[in-house]
Design a protein around this ligand. Structure first.
Ligand code: GLA
Length: 370
């Protein structure tokens, strides 16, 4: 059954009561630092998830999604949430977490539409979770602030869906906008909005290689970071100073490289914030490049297709820096490009990538105006 374009009213036979949205995000720098209590610097992208919702009184939740990949209409009963390995888990996660916080939910109908591509490393799931939490906040008149919305979304994804993710994406979906970078201390959830430079624009290109977080590699990296912190005698890698180089080097491989990535990446986020404040785009670009090398060589979360995209972006004029963004093992790259040049660079990068058979990239941000 295809429902693309079908209105809330056409699906549920009555109008929606509330509408809420939340954006996807691109992380500028600070990758795989959030589950070690570190620093991150995401910004919102134009793509978003939009939820329309109306209450029901019979305890049922009926959800229709317009996304081809998610597909279809499903339902569950409030109070009987159970993980099924499908996108509906995200909806069940939000109601389960809210109920756990004492919120009474008597059911609802919801229509979901999203322009954030799945598996692209741009947080389609966090944008769905935050949009859902916002819709429920509005519909039930809950007094919950935006940081709390991010906490609820994170609990739904981490505890209910079972994806061992950190809290960057939910914070970004709840608090970021497209004009500023959101500098977050993921340990305290303190945040600051830092204006993006007027002389540069962001280019985001999806490699077409889809990642899958709940599975294997992400979980392994997280466990490696926790083990490295334990061996270094600190609660989290956030507590290790870059000056502790010797001690990091004495860890058994590959924990030495994993810890080195996290510790140097935290330092790069702080340096990137300083560069943004100083309007030093050259320095910011160098930090992007260094972050990519560290993710590729020390944290080993890149793949050859993504490295090829980064390198071809770097080879273009007017590019300050480029890196893999998000969890890795596929996904997207972000490049910092001189204003006015992103469209040209994007086209060149996509063309070069397509010269390898089977590879097809898509410009997601910085392409021709829609
Ligand atoms: C995914 C996770 C985040 C974060 C990034 C890597 O997007 O959801 O919590 O760990 O990977 O920086």
């Amino acid at each position: 059954m295809t429902m693309k374009g079908q209105s809330f009213e056409a699906v549920f036979g009555r109008p929606a009561k509330v509408v809420a949205e939340a954006p996807g995000r691109v992380n500028l720098i600070g990758e795989h630092t959030d589950y070690s209590g570190g620093y991150v610097l995401p910004t919102a992208i134009p793509q978003k998830t939009r939820i329309e919702m109306s209450p029901r009184g019979d305890g049922l939740v009926q959800v229709a999604t317009m996304s081809v990949n998610r597909g279809g209409q499903r339902w569950f009963r409030v109070g009987e949430e159970s993980r099924g390995g499908l996108w509906l888990d995200y909806v069940q996660g939000i109601t389960a977490v809210l109920r756990g916080r004492g919120v009474s939910i008597s059911g609802f109908d919801a229509r979901i539409e999203s322009s954030v591509p799945l598996g692209s490393g741009l947080s389609s799931s966090a944008s769905l979770l935050v949009a859902l939490a916002r819709a429920l906040r509005q519909m039930l008149d809950l007094s919950i602030d935006d940081v709390e919305i991010a906490r609820i979304a994170h609990a739904a994804e981490h505890d209910f869906v079972g994806a061992p993710v950190g809290n960057m994406d939910q914070m970004a979906a709840s608090l970021a906008d497209e004009h500023t970078a959101l500098f977050i201390d993921t340990r305290t959830l303190a945040f600051e909005r830092i204006p993006l430079p007027a002389e540069a624009e962001l280019l985001v290109v999806n490699s077409g290689v889809a990642h899958q977080h709940a599975s294997g590699d992400y979980k392994t990296r997280r466990a490696e970071c926790e083990r490295a912190a334990e061996l270094l005698g600190v609660p989290q890698l956030r507590d290790v100073d870059a000056a502790a180089e010797q001690r990091i080097a004495s860890l058994p491989a590959p924990l030495d490289r994993r810890a080195r990535h996290v510790v140097t990446e935290n330092a790069r986020v702080l340096a990137a914030v300083a560069a943004l404040r100083a309007g030093d785009l050259g320095r910011l670009g160098e930090l992007f490049d260094a972050s990519h090398r560290s993710m590729r060589d020390d944290f080993e979360v890149s793949v050859p297709a993504v490295d090829a995209l980064v390198e071809s972006a770097r080879a273009q004029p007017d590019v300050f820096g480029a890196r893999l963004t998000g969890g890795g093992f596929g996904g997207s790259i972000v490049a910092l490009v001189k204003r006015g040049c992103a469209e040209r660079v994007g086209r060149a990068v996509v063309e070069a990538y397509a010269r390898t058979p089977g590879r097809q990239a898509t410009v997601l941000v910085g392409g021709p105006a829609a």
